[in-house]
Ligand binder design. Structure first.
Ligand code: M6R
Length: 587
């Protein structure tokens, strides 16, 4: 949702904070701010816009001091205006706070604090944290106690970092990530290791209900009861910081083009971990799969992939899980799929499934995520950092891994495991269509609506393609099962419609072709994604022929590219779609 960063050391804090925020901007990007402490005085600058813009206009990285905090916001409570940007200050400007999450009881706390004389300057829920800290510090004159009392008063989810003008930096987390970076003579507190990986690869992943206090002499950890705890340092891989765009104009384009490598990486699994994961799956009486957005589309495909190996699973969209979760019991497993491993809807589903006795399996990209920690066993998709808000390479990596797991469980000798080289060749052929797809995008970029049709395994790909087009280009797009057209949506089709059809020459070919005839006769323009030439298409994107079962892995790529170029054609920034954030940690 938002990104938070803190730095305490000997270096110029504000430039380190700005650098870290730029790396984490994928988490939220409507406003930015920093606060530093210099000679006991708290200095702050903040404004609406992206990090580079606001830094240019306000000189955020010019603030002096070796201690500071920074934040990029994804608005939840209060409009996108300067006063709602973080950091938020206590009344006497001795404490500044940056927060990620939602303080659910902020109304009640705000009333109480206002009655005690605190003056609020923003409409955010986050500001209550600064005033609570101030209130408790006035009473106790003790930073540790102020942190403990404050955390105990907050409900909802939070990770926050506070600086006190006495040169102390503190952080606390509950259901939002917060990681300590341990340098040689300095410390970082960050939502993501990307925030500090340029400086140190030593990290401490805080647990829920952890408080960390860093002053001039020490770093110490406490739980919300005030008991001292110890936390271990983990060495993280430097390559996780490889978040540059390289030769590409955008992260999204780079990530789309990485897919020929990333799908192979996702099948490189530790043998023991994979066996344990598959073993838990095989023993389960009922298997449910959950996820949100793109990861839910992976779940829909997983259902079909598993069913080909006679493994029956049910899918439940994570945001709907709470309404159907009484299906689960101790004989069930819930397989949660999530790139970030932090999506609130997914985490909530997992927690309720656990409470019902179900075992939790997960497929994640971030092994240190909350989801991985909540799981009995998890597999990593290993696709590297995905910075573009739209899920691209993580989707195909999830799919490749799901195919791979099915091969192992179903003891298949002719599944994805034996087709890796062929797949890599097929994906690179599809990626070579980049400029052709750009030309098609330029032809259709003015459309108001786009429909994507396909049957069987291709149907979830239609949903995913439509999601990509919506979020990147802001064109209304709908994915549909081709056979459903005649049951209603056909009424929408006229000579202004653009219909993309996923139409490889497989068992769905003939039936989908008759749907195309129906649409064509109503004047719609057809974009065919197929390995078989057909003059019925107005534009054809020719994909290579591969095993029928594996088509989803390659046919999504033209749709990702199309969405990317539609965004460019419509002057939208594909890396940072409006109103969205990479990691959705609110319900
Ligand atoms: O990190 P997750 O996989 O749990 O994220 C789930 C969705 O928020 C995510 O897939 C979202 O739909 C993407 N922006 C789609 O491109």
């Amino acid at each position: 949702m938002c990104s938070i960063i803190g730095y305490k050391g000997n270096e110029h804090a504000s430039s380190i904070l700005i650098e870290g925020l730029k790396k984490m901007e994928y988490r939220g990007y409507d406003s930015v701010g920093i606060a530093t402490i210099k000679s006991g005085k708290l200095l702050t600058r903040k404004g609406v816009g992206k990090v580079a813009e606001v830094n240019k206009s306000l000189g955020l990285d010019e603030l002096p001091g070796n201690l500071g905090i920074g934040h990029t916001r994804w608005a939840t409570h209060g409009g996108i205006v300067d006063s709602n940007a973080h950091p938020h200050l206590a009344c006497d400007s001795t404490i500044a706070v940056v927060h990620n999450g939602i303080v659910e009881n902020y109304d009640e706390l705000k009333d109480e604090l206002t009655r005690s004389g605190h003056v609020f300057k923003s409409e955010t829920d986050s500001e209550v944290i600064a005033h609570l800290l101030e209130e408790y510090f006035e009473i106790t004159q003790d930073i540790r106690l102020s942190m403990i009392f404050t955390c105990k008063r907050l409900t909802g989810s939070f990770a926050f970092v506070a600086i006190f003008n006495s040169s102390t930096m503190c952080g606390a987390r509950y259901d939002e990530p917060l990681i300590v970076g341990v340098g040689n003579d300095d410390y970082f507190l960050s939502s993501d290791i990307l925030g500090f990986l340029n400086y140190t690869d030593r990290a401490i992943f805080l647990d829920n209900r952890d408080i960390v206090i860093i002053d001039d002499s020490d770093i110490s950890f406490f739980d919300f009861n005030g008991d001292r705890i110890s936390r271990r340092i983990t060495q993280v891989a430097w390559e996780l910081g490889d978040a540059d765009k390289g030769k590409y104009a955008h992260h999204t384009l780079k990530e789309i083009h990485e897919q020929q490598n990333t799908i192979v990486k996702s099948m490189k699994q530790n043998k023991k971990t994979l066996e344990r994961f598959c073993d838990i799956m095989t023993r389960a009486k009922n298997i449910y799969i959950t996820g949100s957005g793109t990861s839910y589309h992976s779940a829909l495909l997983a259902k079909q992939i598993f069913s080909k190996s006679k493994i029956h699973v049910e899918t439940i969209m994570s945001s709907e899980f709470q309404y159907s979760s009484d299906l689960l019991d101790e004989n069930s497993i819930l397989l949660a799929i999530s790139q970030s491993g932090e999506t609130a809807d997914v985490i909530q589903s997992v927690k309720s499934a656990k409470a019902m006795g179900a075992k939790i399996l997960s497929i994640v990209n971030i092994p240190t995520s909350s989801l991985a920690r909540l799981s009995d066993s998890y597999l990593e998709v290993n696709c590297g950092p995905e910075i573009g808000v739209a899920a691209t390479k993580s989707f195909t990596s999830q799919l490749a891994l799901l195919y791979y797991v099915t091969d192992i469980i179903g003891r298949k000798s002719n599944g994805i495991s034996t087709s890796k080289d062929m797949l890599v060749r097929a994906i690179s052929e599809v990626l070579e269509l980049d400029s052709k797809i750009e030309r098609i995008a330029n032809q259709i970029k003015g459309s108001r609506d786009v429909y994507i049709l396909g049957r069987s395994l291709h149907f979830p790909v239609c949903l995913e393609g439509a999601l990509k087009i919506k979020e990147l280009s802001y064109i209304h797009a709908e994915g549909m099962a081709a056979g459903e057209l005649k049951h209603g949506p056909l009424a929408l089709i006229d000579n202004g419609s653009i219909v993309i059809v996923i139409h490889p020459n497989d068992s769905t070919y003939v039936d989908t072709l008759s749907n195309i005839h129906t649409i064509k006769s109503r004047g719609a323009k057809i974009v065919g994604i197929s390995n078989k030439k057909n003059s019925i298409y107005d534009y054809q994107i020719t994909i290579p022929t591969i095993s029928e079962f594996l088509y989803p892995l390659i046919e999504i790529i033209p749709l990702q590219l199309l969405a990317y170029y539609l965004a460019i054609g419509n002057n939208a920034n594909p890396d940072y779609p409006r109103n969205l954030a990479k990691s959705v940690t609110v319900k």
